[in-house]
Design a protein around this ligand. Structure first.
Ligand SMILES: Cc1cc2nc3c(=O)[nH]c(=O)nc-3n(C[C@H](O)[C@H](O)[C@H](O)COP(=O)(O)O)c2cc1C
Length: 311
C-alpha cells in the first residue's frame, strides 16, 4: 500500500525531484513555490521558531499547495525538545511525506502512518539504512558525499548498490545533484527521486541573507570545505564564511562533540554558511519556478543524449 501511495505521489510531480529541507533556508514560501512548480518541496520544522508558529506555517502550506504534494522534515532524536509537539502539528496537517533526520524514526512511524502520511528516513550509510527499514519506514533518503549541510561519506554509486542488496523499496538520492544531468544520472541508478538542496539556496524564496546567496552564486566546488568542527558531524560549508567566522579552512579544529542542539543552533548556522559541492551550477538569483524550468530543460536534453548514445 505504502509503495502504491509513493508511486502516486511521484506521478503527481512534473520533474522527479525533491527540494530538500534546509535549516534557516526553506519555509512555506519555498515549499508552496516548489509545489506550484511541480516538484516536492520540504522544510525542517525547526525553521519555525516555535511549535505554534509551525502550526501557522503548516496552515499556510496546506492552503498554498492546493492539494499538490509537500513534505516536512523532523528531527527525531530524543534530545530535540520540540520533537513531540512538532509531530503533533505534522499529524494534524497530513503532509504527503515526513522525512526524518538525526535519529531513529521508530518512535514516529506508526503515528505518521495513522495520519495517512509516508515516512522516509534520511540515512548516510547502510547500517542506518537497515535500522530505518527495521523501524518500518516506507523509503530511504540516501545522503551521499558532497551534500550541503550534514553530509554522507559515500559515493552515490556505491551507496545505492549496497542498499539495493537488502532493500527494493523507494529511494530518494541526494548529494551533489544540481543539474538535469545529475537528475538523469540518479534515475539511471534506479532511484525514484533526486534530492536537491544547494541548488535552491540562492532562490528568491530562500530565507537566508542576500550575502549568503551571493556567496553561493560566486562559489565553485573548490570553495566547499567538509568539517565536523562546527556541529560534531561532517558537514559541508562555504570556505569564505569559515574564514569570516575566524577559522582557517585548511586547518579546521578537531571535531566538536556531536550534539543535536548544535545542529539546530541558529547562531552557528547564521554566520557559518552551509552549501554542498553542487554550488557550481548556481549562477544567479532565480525563483524556484525558474530553477525547475532550467532543470527540466537540462533533464530532457540529458535524457535525449543518453537515448542517442544507446542507439
Ligand atoms: C544550508 C543547508 C541546510 C540544511 N539543513 C538541513 C536540515 O535542517 N535537515 C536536513 O535533514 N537536511 C538539511 N540539509 C541537507 C539537505 O536536506 C540535503 O540532504 C542536501 O542539501 C543534498 O545535497 P545538495 O546540497 O548537494 O543538494 C541542509 C543543507 C543545506 C545546504
Amino acid at each position: 500500500m505504502s509503495r502504491q501511495q509513493f508511486q502516486n505521489l511521484c506521478g503527481r510531480l512534473s520533474l522527479p525531484i525533491v527540494q530538500a529541507p534546509m535549516f534557516l533556508v526553506s519555509g512555506p514560501e519555498m515549499v508552496i513555490a516548489a509545489a506550484q512548480a511541480g516538484i516536492l518541496g520540504s522544510f525542517p520544522t525547526q525553521n519555525a521558531r516555535t511549535s505554534e508558529q509551525l502550526a501557522t506555517w503548516l496552515d499556510q502550506i496546506v492552503d498554498g499547495c492546493q492539494g499538490k504534494p509537500w513534505a516536512v522534515n523532523l528531527i527525531v532524536h530524543p534530545t530535540f525538545k520540540r520533537r513531540d509537539a512538532d509531530l503533533e502539528q505534522i499529524l494534524a496537517h497530513q503532509p504527503d511525506l515526513v522525512i526524518t533526520a538525526l535519529g531513529s524514526p521508530g518512535h514516529i512511524v506508526e503515528a505518521v502512518h495513522r495520519a495517512g502520511s509516508l515516512v522516509f528516513a534520511d540515512v548516510i550509510n547502510p547500517t542506518f539504512a537497515r535500522k530505518a527499514i527495521d523501524a518500518g519506514v516506507d523509503g530511504l533518503v540516501l545522503v551521499c558525499s558532497g551534500a550541503g549541510g550534514h553530509t554522507g561519506p559515500l559515493s552515490p554509486f556505491a551507496f545505492v548498490d549496497a542498499v539495493r542488496e537488502f532493500w527494493d523499496g523507494p529511494i530518494i538520492l541526494g548529494g551533489g545533484i544540481a543539474s538535469g544531468r545529475g537528475i538523469n544520472a540518479a534515475t539511471a541508478l534506479g532511484v525514484d527521486l533526486a534530492y536537491l538542496g544547494t541548488r535552491f539556496l540562492a532562490s528568491r524564496e530562500s530565507m537566508v541573507a542576500d550575502d549568503y546567496k551571493q556567496m553561493v552564486i560566486d562559489s565553485g566546488v573548490d570553495d566547499i570545505v567538509c568539517s565536523d568542527a562546527i556541529t560534531g558531524v561532517n558537514a559541508n560549508w562555504l570556505r569564505e564564511s569559515l574564514t569570516k567566522a575566524g577559522f582557517d579552512p585548511d586547518n579546521m579544529p578537531k571535531k566538536s562533540e556531536m550534539n543535536v542542539s548544535a545542529s539546530v543552533d541558529a547562531k552557528r548556522w547564521k554566520d557559518i554558511w552551509a552549501a554542498g559541492q553542487s554550488v557550481g551550477p548556481v549562477k544567479s538569483l532565480q525563483s524556484v519556478q525558474e530553477i525547475v524550468n532550467e532543470l527540466d530543460q537540462q533533464y530532457q536534453q540529458s535524457q535525449s543524449a543518453t537515448a542517442s548514445l544507446a542507439n
